[in-house]
Structure formats: C-alpha cells, structure tokens
Design a protein around this ligand. Structure first.
Ligand code: SIN
Ligand code: FE2
Length: 213
C-alpha cells in the first residue's frame, strides 16, 4: 500500500541546542520554490566553481539575494554581482524570504533577515565535503537549509572536524536550521544516489539562506 502521507512530515527533531530538523516544512511550497529556482538560474546559470586549491566543485551553484557566495582560485567571498554575468544577483523572492523566516522562527530565531541564498544543484555523484559555513560576518544568525527533489544523506558533525558524524536522510521539503551555539557545526552531503523525483527528475536542489552582514 502506498502511504498517503510521509510518516515523518511535520515532525521536529532537535539535533542539538541551536539546531533543528523540520521534516516536510517546505513541502507545500516545493513546486513554487523550484519555479523560482528556474527563474533565478535563467538570469545566473548554475556553474561549477573552482576552489582555491584548484579543484572544481561537483555541486553546481547559483545565488539570489543582496550578495552571493562565490569561489575562485583566489578564495571564497560574498559578491553583490554574479562574476559570470557582471550583473547583480536576482533579488530574493518573497516566497524564499517568507519560508526562511518562518523556519528560523520555528527553530527559535526571531527576526531572521538573510541577505544571501546559495542554491546548490546535485546530480548523481555530486557531494559536499565536511565544512563549516564561516564566510559570513554574523556568527549567531542561523543557516536555513531547504532540501528539494531527490533525497540526500546529510552529514552532521561537531565543532571540530574530527568529531563524530551523524548521517541523516534529507528529503524533499525537509528544512534544517542551525544557529547560535550550533552555528559552526561541521556538515556536508554524501555523494548523491541516482534516482527520479517527480518534481526535479534526476537532481537534488538545496537552498541555504545566510545572514552575511
Ligand atoms: C551547504 O552546506 O551549503 C549545503 C547543504 C545541503 O546541500 O544540504
Ligand atoms: Fe554549508
């Protein structure tokens, strides 16, 4: 029998103080969020950035918001312009902002005001190694991470790279929020398994909202 509802949808899991997993939180908006991603990617196409070590990332990225996260051989930075087009990133859609603010509030972070949304696109095999998000000036405001499309295995470590890592499956509509005491937890994404999702086909999309300035 096919279940009518995902049995996890709507549950809330405290990962640790300052970090919450909200199952299915973005589910009702998934299709509309993906339509916005398409519009953003028409203006600023997904690209595989090069990191300072010279390696090309397997995850393809674009951004919206006042600034966007970019990387090249000289380092990582937030830039008000898309270096590929020379134009400003598209403004953050109201739908994005509203979702990020509601998720942050649900996790205990009132008045969230993100100025950047990094959009990650994972094809089969794409991964994101264990890292901290530390290019932002605000050390307290949360990261709000929204998963869309194919499921992924999210890795949730500790404040030191060597800390034990928990693995959890993130599905379409799941939102993870981490800030305050959990803001600098190491995290990453295991290589994406191939599959087919009704909304995205063979890819996973992740939105991460950040308060940079
Ligand atoms: C990130 O760490 O920036 C992205 C996490 C994810 O794709 O779930
Ligand atoms: Fe990250």
């Amino acid at each position: 029998m096919v279940p009518l509802f995902d049995s996890h949808a709507g549950t809330r899991e405290e990962l640790e103080p300052g970090a919450v997993l909200l199952r299915g939180f973005a589910d009702p908006k998934a299709r509309a969020l993906l339509e916005e991603v398409d519009r953003i990617a028409q203006a600023s196409p997904f690209r595989h950035l090069i990191v300072p070590g010279g390696h090309t990332m397997s995850v393809a990225m674009t951004n919206c918001g006042r600034v966007g996260w970019v990387s090249d051989r000289t380092g990582y930075r937030y830039d008000p312009n898309d270096p590929d087009t020379g134009a400003h990133w598209r403004a953050m859609p109201e739908l994005f902002l509203d979702l990020a603010q509601r998720a942050a509030a649900e996790a205990g972070f009132a008045n969230y005001d993100p100025d950047a949304c990094l959009i990650n696109r994972y094809a089969a095999g794409a991964k994101l190694g264990l890292h901290q998000d530390r290019d932002e000036n605000d050390p307290v405001s949360p990261i709000v991470s929204v998963s869309l499309g194919l499921p992924a295995t999210f890795m949730w470590g500790g404040k030191r790279r060597s800390d034990p890592v928990r693995r959890m499956r993130l599905e379409n509509g799941d939102v993870v929020v981490w800030g305050g005491p959990a803001r600098f937890v190491y995290h990453g994404v295991a290589p994406l398994k191939s599959g087919a999702h009704p909304l995205t086909g063979d890819i996973r999309i992740n939105l991460t909202f950040r308060k940079v300035f």
